[in-house]
Design a binder for this molecule. Structure first.
Ligand code: NAI
Length: 364
């Protein structure tokens, strides 16, 4: 059934559109394209892989088949499921091989013009009900979609690295995106075992906007010599409960990806000072010290594993603990701090002012 873009009756259409996504094309079979292909094939979709670089799609398919086999060997998925998912992976030699796909997800280079050129070329190939999605992490979906004859079918479908483990995906509605298209992507994300977050088309969407407070701010702290990268990572991991510190995350994502994203979001927010990129990562980018994939970023890596994790600061040995005086009587955690210190065997002073020997703890 031919569908009109954009259109009314979108809820009914969204359901039927989501159900009718069987064949998915992935364009750009790098890190992200390969990850998206894996979860789609495991969810039962036929996946067609296309890359502009000769042999890249074949290599991605071979890697995916190997990954699925490893998952089966480790008992994470059944051997039959692995074989079936592998059988759903196909290599497309030309764009025109993607004519029958219901959804195309592009994960090519993060530059506006190639993405827009690809979109325009795709519309000559695919059917009119095919959804065109971009995995862009920092470009405007609305700007990309302007290259399309039917911008209503264009949406952001922004996954995170590594895709099979990072279970969140942002579904981004551009100004002209038909609501049914976003709804269909949300529903598909669920089929693939991911949690979709609907986001407006604003710089960085949700995660990379919020992430300014993580990476950009950590770089600011490092630049101001407040603490070393190892200490900042350790504090955020061990005390704040993050899986990775900001510098470990920058090394994983790659500074070649993250630095341009920082620049792009900063510019899109009209040079908001809080989002100012760091000269440190610019220099690392120029020097190809871009993280894990280069074997060297904030840390050094061998076979993908850090080789020189910074040693934690040793705890000094102290024979005699001084008495402790706790300030800030109005501080609500004062009693808890006191109980902790007593539990550690410290003698706690209760006077209004500390003695000369006291270690003074303030709990602001
Ligand atoms: P990548 O460099 O690993 O892979 C890109 C692939 O696209 C390459 O194989 C390249 O040959 C191919 N390609 C480039 N131009 C092409 C074109 N015009 N037609 C067909 N194929 C083309 O890149 P990666 O890291 O997978 O990123 C891809 C997209 O995903 C970018 O838009 C990026 O911003 C976005 N993204 C990346 C994340 C990451 O952590 N690496 C996270 C979320 C989104």
């Amino acid at each position: 059934m031919a569908r009109v873009w954009p259109g009314a009756r979108h809820h009914r259409r969204a359901l039927s559109m989501a159900d009718s996504i069987h064949a998915l094309a992935i364009i750009g079979t790098g890190v992200m394209g390969t990850g998206i292909a894996q979860i789609a094939a495991q969810a039962g979709l036929a996946v067609h892989l296309f890359d502009a670089r000769d042999g890249a799609a074949d290599a991605a398919r071979a890697n995916l088949v190997a990954t699925l086999r490893i998952l089966a060997d480790k008992g994470k998925i059944g051997a039959d499921a692995a074989a079936e998912a592998a059988s759903r992976l196909h290599v497309a030699g030309r764009l025109s091989d993607l004519a029958a796909c219901d959804l195309v997800v592009e994960a090519i280079v993060e530059r506006l013009e190639p993405k827009r050129a690809l979109l325009a070329a795709l519309e000559d190939v695919v059917g009119e009900s095919c959804i065109l999605a971009t995995n862009t992490s920092s470009l405007s979906v609305t700007t990309i979609a302007r290259a399309a004859r039917h911008p209503g079918r264009v949406a952001g479908f922004h996954f995170f690295n590594p895709v099979p483990l990072m279970k969140v995906v942002e579904v981004v509605d551009g100004l002209a995106t038909s609501p049914a298209v976003g709804d269909a992507l949300v529903s598909l994300a669920e089929r693939m075992g991911h949690r979709a977050v609907r986001a407006k088309d604003t710089p960085g969407f949700v995660v990379n906007h919020a992430g300014r407070a993580y990476g950009t701010e950590a770089l600011m702290m490092l630049g101001e010599s407040i603490a070393s990268s190892g200490d900042i990572d350790r504090i955020l991991r061990e005390a704040a409960g993050f899986r990775m510190g900001p510098f470990e995350l920058l090394d994983l994502t790659g500074i070649d990806v993250s630095h341009p994203v920082m620049e792009s979001i900063y510019e899109q927010f009209y040079q908001e000072p809080r989002y100012r990129p760091s000269a440190l990562t610019r220099q690392m980018l120029e020097g190809s010290r871009i993280g894990r994939k280069a074997g060297h970023g904030f840390y050094r890596y061998r076979d993908g594993k850090p080789v020189d994790p910074p040693p934690p600061q040793p705890v000094p040995a102290v024979d005699m603990l001084p008495p402790v005086w706790i300030g800030a009587e109005t501080e609500p955690d004062r009693d808890a701090v006191r109980a902790l210190l007593v539990g550690l065997g410290a003698s706690v002073e209760d006077g209004a002012a500390p003695s000369r020997e006291a270690l003074c703890l303030l709990a602001p």
